[in-house]
Design a protein around this ligand. Structure first.
Ligand SMILES: [Zn+2]
Length: 148
């Protein structure tokens, strides 16, 4: 996202909105943008430098390392912060800074059950689930036996 320096008032500027996903080029690595980048930042100019701070949220589709299924993960950058010297140009592009922070917050080994809102279907989990089911089947049978 490009910011015109002249548009930043002395007291700073609050920016809150959506921007095109800045990590489209990672699709070859199995990381697909699942929506726009949401930003909520404050920017300002002080002493010949531009500062920005706030938070970023980028939904992406990743592949689980265990079951290989695709799932949506939200990359959260709660402490986005930039401090960069200004050298002449009247606009500054924050996209490279946002991109870098998103990449730093990408999970190295994404698991679909990490957020706790779904159960990973990897073979290990499946066997455990089958065991529980079998046990409960037996207990139902036991109850039946007691009745008769
Ligand atoms: Zn999984």
């Amino acid at each position: 996202m490009k910011i015109h320096l002249k548009q930043i008032p002395a007291k700073g500027l609050h920016l809150d909105g959506d921007e095109e996903c800045p990590i489209h080029d990672l699709e070859a690595e199995g990381i697909r943008c699942a929506g726009p980048l949401h930003y909520n930042i404050d920017v300002g100019i002080a002493g010949g430098a531009l500062w920005a701070r706030g938070s970023l949220l980028q939904p992406v589709e990743l592949s689980c390392v265990s079951c290989l299924e695709k799932f949506v993960h939200e990359i959260r950058v709660p402490g986005f912060a930039v401090h960069t010297e200004l050298h002449g140009p009247e606009t500054i592009d924050l996209t490279p800074f946002m991109r870098e922070d998103l990449l730093l917050n990408l999970p190295a080994h994404p698991r679909c059950d990490k957020d706790g809102d779904r159960v990973c279907k990897a073979p290990k989990t499946e066997i455990a689930g089958q065991d529980i089911k079998r046990k409960s089947d037996w207990s139902a049978l036991d109850k039946l036996k007691l009745k008769t």
